[in-house]
Design a protein around this ligand. Structure first.
Ligand SMILES: Nc1ncnc2c1ncn2[C@@H]1O[C@H](COP(=O)(O)OP(=O)(O)OP(=O)(O)O)[C@@H](O)[C@H]1O
Length: 305
């Protein structure tokens, strides 16, 4: 299979500080891949190597089928990179920024620029200096600029860091729209929610190594336990249920959360026990482990080593 990004046994040290240790992964064309990790895990270092800005010490990187060392020019023609801070010119207007990048990319079609401004909902602000834009608008403009060269693969290094929840939600929508056009997206993030919202595939980077990778569903099975959340109408029922089956009670919300193996048989058994003891529940919900649970589980296990 021909992958958009293929990394094998990648290693990188700064002086004698080993940052990336034997990292391998691959990203199919047209998918969104999220590289997750805490501060300093090595995400930006990996993105810089993938986008030819930094040389690896050893290992192989192929981007859009090209070798990043011997065919770096071809790699650069196939990709676009948007960094953690928007690289827009504050003095120029949004439209002027797009024209500037269009000139550099030999893609200066007024029509295409107009389309991008419309698509990113920047038409009303298009002819205002960028210094009057909000943080979210600057990020959107930056993303629009990176699409001018029609990249096959878009690298986004922490695209929503520092944005408020509303601007973050807008960015997620924009990224989904870009994905729908067939562009492969490689993003790094510290936000598990972001990976949950956007990614088809994730890899969790911890201390320079991939701790777990796969589809979201696969990564979640790393933590096989599920949770059953029961809600009661009366505090007495909650207390009786707590005595009978254990779990974590929330008296204010009148809920009891019980860890299960996520199988129907165990859930049915628990519900039967409650019914036989004449404990009334108003509702129940089987909850899947979140990416958050997986992430912290991995980090805790590593710490315990
Ligand atoms: N040029 C450099 N020289 C020395 N150390 C570096 C260099 N670049 C990165 N590092 C170190 O490598 C480690 C990984 O940094 P990197 O920026 O890749 O992490 P990150 O996962 O992107 O973190 P963040 O989420 O904070 O951006 C850090 O400890 C950082 O200090």
């Amino acid at each position: 299979m021909n992958y958009a990004v293929e990394v094998n046994h990648l290693e990188k040290s700064f002086a004698d500080f080993s940052v990336i240790k034997d990292v391998s992964f691959s990203v199919p064309f047209g998918k969104v891949f999220a590289l997750l990790g805490t501060n300093g895990a090595g995400k930006t270092t990996i993105i810089r190597m993938l986008t030819t800005l930094l040389k690896a010490d050893s290992g192989q990187i192929k981007v859009a089928g090209y070798d990043s060392t011997n065919e770096s020019k071809e790699v650069r023609n196939a990709i676009s990179l948007t960094g953690q801070t928007a690289s827009v010119d504050e003095i120029l207007t949004g439209r002027e920024n797009l024209i500037l990048i269009g000139n550099l990319r030999h893609q200066n079609e007024a029509q295409k620029i107009q389309e991008l401004l419309e698509r990113f909902d920047l038409i009303d602000a298009a002819d205002r200096p960028v210094q009057t834009y909000s943080g979210g608008m600057k990020r959107k403009l930056d993303l629009a600029m990176s699409l001018l060269g029609n990249p096959k693969i878009l690298f986004l290094d922490e695209p929503t860091t520092g944005l408020d929840p509303q601007a973050r939600a807008t960015m997620w929508q924009v990224i989904q729209e870009i994905k729908a056009t067939g562009v492969t997206i490689f993003l790094t993030t510290q936000y598990l929610e972001e990976a949950d919202q956007l990614a088809d595939q994730v890899a969790i980077l911890n201390h320079g190594k991939i701790a777990v990778q796969g589809s979201l569903a696969e990564v979640k099975t790393h933590l096989p336990q599920g949770q059953l959340e029961l809600t009661f109408l009366h505090k007495e029922d909650l207390q009786k249920a707590l005595t009978l089956i254990g779990g974590v009670a929330n008296e204010e919300a009148l809920t009891l959360t019980v860890v299960t193996d996520n199988q129907v048989a165990e859930t049915t058994k628990l519900l039967n026990e409650l019914q036989q003891a004449q404990i009334i529940i108003s509702q129940f919900e089987q909850k899947q482990p979140t990416l958050n649970d997986v992430f912290f589980d991995i980090i805790e296990k590593e710490r315990g080593k």
